[in-house]
Design a protein around this ligand. Sequence first.
Ligand code: NAP
Length: 253
Amino acid sequence: MAQRLAGKIAIVTGAASGIGRAICQRYANEGAGVMLVDRNLGRLEKVRKSLNTDFGNKHFITEGSVGQIEFTSKVFDQVKENYGKCGNVLVNCAGITRDTLLINMTEKQFDDVIQINLKGIFTMTKSFIGTLRQTGGMASASIINISSIVGKVGNAGQANYAASKAGAIGFTKSTGIEMGRYGIRCNAVLPGFIKTPMTDTVPEDIMKKYLKLIPQKRLGTPEEVANVCLFLASDESSYVNCATLEVTGGFMA
Ligand code: NAP
């Protein structure tokens, strides 16, 4: 069977862990060259090594923090340097939580989450579109923002996170509206509760409460989110734009 991302270049943030890492593996397995972006160099190196061993020597890393435009524009310079062309797919997956009830939430906890989860999507997307423009006409592309079901339904202890993820949905729709005419699609994925280091910190009693609200009665896996991201990156989703896709096992808040 033909590889679904053959010849494509994908840039994935948050690539060193959890959902981002699973997306990189899925994309590489389907023939894409992957530029892995994360702030954790040690883990990034490990993921690159395993991709290059398993799927050919065409995967690269850039270490730094999304949310800083100076860094994100360098990411795309490196994409051009390494591949001789711009990317076709951008996945904004880097994210953090700083959970606490609103009454206790500090300005820093709020700002840090917005800076990475929301401004990080802005800086990466703006830099990406900038490089596509430099090619003298926009090349078609797919942008995928990893939001969260919490951005739609809210969650106690996550006012900062929910605001950042709701913002990501608004950003996605606006970008898709502005860029659709150029063949650039922008969609958001809303995972529910997925087994990664991010959810490993959730106390057991709270997780039990969440499980009662999930009809499939289990957490999702990073690979199950990556499968949806594969669809959105591939030409099979060529008429999907400004959409939000929930990957929650039917989570009912
Ligand atoms: P994860 O395992 O913690 O992976 C996130 C990765 O992003 C980590 O390697 C992290 O590095 C990196 N990162 C954080 N801030 C960064 C920055 N400023 N620049 C570059 N990289 C940065 O989390 P995950 O569960 O896979 O989450 C991935 C995305 O899915 C996030 O956007 C998250 O909000 C979203 N999501 C997750 C779930 C879930 O249940 N897991 C549900 C809905 C949505 P550090 O380890 O150094 O922070």
